[in-house]
Design a protein around this ligand. Structure first.
Ligand SMILES: [Zn+2]
Length: 260
């Protein structure tokens, strides 16, 4: 039995790719971003026109790729993605950029050079849990990925279109992997699209589980010591990347046109 940054396995496990050129890495990031949008759509996360997932360009760290505003995530292709700089200028691609996507994501990309990708969507359980104004508790193994590693943005001031509000969200996020935006939804970050998307998916499900558990009674939480151990097992960068791989395989097998 080996432990690879929290993933328990016998034998070799797949590892993040290594690139021989910037062009190859850029194509990879755009492909992963298109996959994340298609997957979020399949999971029902494409509420209204809200939400956005972004990935930093591998060559130009002050630019990031994002979806064209108002276009269906269900049919998005890698070639549809837009490149935007941190000041909101469209650098490549055709379409409009959601003002909220720019206001929030640009400030987080600016504040967190370690962050490659950011995911945000208005999902049902994330929104419902956010309205409690509470952080998630360690009441399941999966929720322990967020133990001591997520924040609460305990404010709501309307649709975020002002970069100053994006700065406040980035400040609340701090060095964590996720932030609950009160009365709004969830936001997660990662060293890859894979990781940010996985944290988002498992955080949305953790919100659902806590809502269900508290509706049914008074849940028993995992104690602090075990929550910390479990966080080390399921909450690392590699574990986040690794957990996304079956979902990537599924969407690409079902919808190969997304990589066009
Ligand atoms: Zn939003």
């Amino acid at each position: 039995m080996t432990v690879h940054s929290g993933v328990l396995a016998t034998g070799a496990v797949v590892a993040p790719p290594v690139f021989t050129s910037i062009a190859e890495e850029r194509a990879h990031r755009k492909g992963r971003l298109a996959v994340a949008y298609r997957l979020f759509a399949q999971l029902g996360y494409d509420h209204w026109v809200a939400g956005h997932i972004t990935v930093r360009d591998p060559e130009l760290p002050d630019r990031f790729w994002v979806n064209p505003f108002g276009r269906s995530w269900r049919h998005l292709r890698a070639s549809d993605l837009l490149l935007v700089d941190l000041d909101g200028h469209l650098v490549a691609g055709e379409g409009a950029v959601n003002a909220a996507a720019f206001a929030i994501h640009s400030e987080i990309h600016r504040a967190r050079p370690d962050v490659t990708a950011i995911a945000h969507a208005h999902t049902r359980s994330g929104r419902a849990w956010s309205a409690t104004g509470r952080a998630l508790e360690p009441l399941s193994q999966d929720a322990c990925a967020f133990y001591g590693d997520h924040a609460l943005f305990d404010d709501y001031t309307g649709v975020v279109i002002d970069p100053e509000e994006g700065k406040r969200i980035a400040h609340a996020l701090g060095e964590a992997k996720a932030v609950i935006l009160r009365n709004h939804g969830l936001l997660t970050v990662g060293h890859s699209v894979d990781e940010a998307a996985w944290w988002f998916i498992t955080m949305e499900r953790s919100c659902q589980v806590q809502l269900l558990a508290e509706a049914a009674g008074k849940p028993v939480f995992i104690d602090q010591e075990q929550a910390e151990v479990t966080a080390g097992q399921v909450g690392g960068h590699f574990a986040g990347w690794f957990s996304f791989q079956p979902l990537y395989d599924r969407i690409v097998a079902e919808q190969p046109d997304l990589l066009d």
